[in-house]
Design a protein around this ligand. Sequence first.
Ligand code: TEU
Ligand code: CA
Length: 540
Amino acid sequence: MNDNKWWKSAVIYQIYPRSFADSNHDGIGDLQGIISKLDYLENLGIDAVWLSPVCKSPQDDNGYDISDYQDIDPMFGTLEDMDELIKEAGKRNIRIIMDLVLNHSSDEHYWFKEAKKSRENPYHDYYVWRDGAEGTPPNDMRAAFGGSAWEWVPEIKQYYFHQFAVKQPDLNWENPKLRKEIYTMINWWIEKGVGGFRLDVIDQIAKEPDKRITNNGPRLHEFLRELSKETFQKADLVTVGEAWGATTELAKLYSNPDNSELSMVFQFEHICLDQLEGKEKWDLAPLPFLRLKEVFGRWQEELFEKGWNSLFWNNHDLPRIVSRWGNDGKYRVESAKMLAILLHGMQGTPYIYQGEELGMTNAAYEIEEYRDIETLNLYKERLENGYAKEEVMRSIHAKSRDNARTPMQWNDEKNAGFTEGTPWIKLNPNYKEINAAKQVNDRNSIFSCYKELIRFRKQYPVFVRGNFQMLLANHESIFAYIREDDQTQLLVICNFYDQTVDCPYKMPGEDMRLLISNYKDTDQNFILRPYEARMYLGEK
Ligand code: TEU
Ligand code: CA
């Protein structure tokens, strides 16, 4: 059973290696760069680091296109560097979580190079092939990064299926030989001492393209249970699956406390709210605040004692939260702290994406500065389809994945201390103002707020095991809730907007004390200032 697992009181920090810290001046972050920043992470107090992919890759999708699962890309370092990272992190009680990309590989993987040689090749069946005539793919399914999901290979007169880029052919999980090969590879990483895995688009592995099924295929949970039994269950690991198609019902399967599948999933219901219904993320819609509360409340309540939540605002695919649901101008500091306090009071395992703990913001660049394959394809496609350039740029500024991928802002010196060379992507020019050096020793910084929130989760069991009750569910600007276990009550009250508001919910009892807030003094009359957030704790 999963009841006393370490990852239930853990806070996990995500590193996007190419943008974190560059040790050898080539402008790209690397493993030695990460090692040099372990003290920073130890100071923050996190328990584990999720590393976006560092395996060998042509980097068409920044490492989410792997050509060798058992080697490190030379750009990031060597296997020896990886061993050193695991060891050095371990000394600081930090575990290393690898990113497993199992839905697809790179077309430069040995398996695919073999697979496309002939229909008889032993690796042919590692991928998803269909017959068809040139120019007439099996069906009109589209790939996530634009274009058809089918690519013609003239040598063998077949199409292969790819849900993402052309250079990311989908792996065929129907093939038991492939599955076995994957388990061997995972067990090799477990032997190396990693602390767990994040599983990329795991809900898409059981695709059935003939039925136009991409995620949540009929065999998905069967595959997951086999995967877990053959690998994860052999060690005390954390596993988190990326599942855009997860509902609370499905999440209870994935994160079943019997440990038969995964520890938890990333679900995206709270993330997809600011887009037009039935459209793409680029089709912007204002944040529906009441729905945000409804979504969080439902996930908190439904998974209570039946599964486990992950808690996150950000990752390498998402815009910066302070620019999205906070205020990256006048109230940047207040709103960044408010969003942190709101999320870290909930039940689940919180994830912090690099720079979030500093309140890093979106970057609004000219198109030439973007590097992401998804953004570049989108720009081309929408212009071809007659969209106005200004409109496309507005979408890109709001939603491009590169918003999260600008280099980490360490200090106000050259290139924000990220590299002494030429950075692979332009720095956000606000690094003079927003950087780690300025915040680490400032008790009122966003960094210190995160640090305290991490500490509370270790100190007060109510953070881990308390139930959840939404307060003021229909209030138009306040997000408030109570967490409770047999001994303690935790109360969180947040103003989500830049207007002062009178909070109708007054203190439940005088014995509650203020744990943390984002203003220096607290108003006893419960008038909440712009983005004001308060967290109270009381013994029952
Ligand atoms: O992301 C899955 C995914 O569906 C995203 O591409 C998402 O659709 C997009 O970013 C939002 O529009 C995972 C990885 O996190 C991402 O970085 C990879 O590009 C993708 O899988 C393919 O491996
Ligand atoms: Ca480097």
